[in-house]
Write a protein that binds this ligand. Sequence first.
Ligand code: KG4
Ligand code: ZN
Length: 354
Amino acid sequence: MLVLGIESSCDETGVALYDGCLGLVANRLHSQVDLHAEYGGVVPEIAARDHIRRVLPLVREALAEAGRRASDIDGVAYTGGPGLIGALLVGAAVGRSLAWGWGVPAVAVHHLEAHLLAPLLEAPVPEFPFLALLVSGGHTQLVAVRAPGEYRIIGESLDDAAGEAFDKTAKLLGLGYPGGPALAALARDGDPDRFRFPRPMTDRPGLDFSFSGLKTHALRTFRDEPPGPALAADVARAFEEAVVDTLYIKCRRALRETGFDRLVVSGGVGANRRLRERLVRRLDARVFYPRPELCTDNGAMVAFAGYLRLRAGERQPPAFGARARWPLDSLRAPDASLLAGEEAADVAAVPPDE
Ligand code: KG4
Ligand code: ZN
């Protein structure tokens, strides 16, 4: 089974082809970073328009990369949410239309499920069950994963997501957009011993996170310390260290509480080198994470998550929607009994946008 995956939830257009026998056979990405940079952040309307321009050329490129034709495609998966509604609707409209034109099924994929399953694209493949640390621009969650579609959120951010905190702190240090990778690069030159920032919510039980205070702490330090050439780098280092340490402490706690011995790391912040090193070196668990380009937004993870659901018989009715908000734990496991009939498939379909 060959599945076309389309990701368009935010500022990257990703298109990939996943083959049930061969694995990932094409993966194309167009980043909109240059378009949004001058505004210091993602402009939703510009994002949606650029997805329109990029998506079909990327589909052609992906087919060429894999040496396949459109007629080889057995199903289409697109990101159905959560994300920017205009951006999502581009992927949904194109994905649904291609599927209809080709006479193949389509499925709307949950963006966070796609992130969460991305480590399964790499060898060695983590076995279920596992603990997932999902750290993206919009979400920070600890998820107990029993099987695809069986998710229990056991901890999450009460305010800013980890990636959002990286982005906002980068901005106030004058680093602009996209902030996370720039802050991480600057932190490399910072003195790890100059400042020690708090590890929010680690001094009390529970698995939730709060990163917005850390951002304020960074701002205050940056403003109140005597200016100097090293100040921004030292603040960046202390901030990164505090986020990494907090995530590490909560992962350790979550592993203890669930009894799981495997941790899967995914989402854009999962590309952070220091976070990976800390988790691998210090946790008493096997740690799995995909290569950095599969941590940040991409079409491969959508193709793969869509493949699992299409293979189990899940289908979207011809009408399509997208959801700017979509709780991960409202998903149900892909169910092979859906193959029984179209009626069942319709019931299982994602409800249209609320
Ligand atoms: O998963 P993702 O690509 O998009 C969302 O679904 O949100 O995550 C993007 C987030 C951004 O906040 C970005 O600053 C952050 O991931 N990020 C990083 C790094 N690379 C990307 N944060 C810290 N260190 C990095 N190396
Ligand atoms: Zn994402």
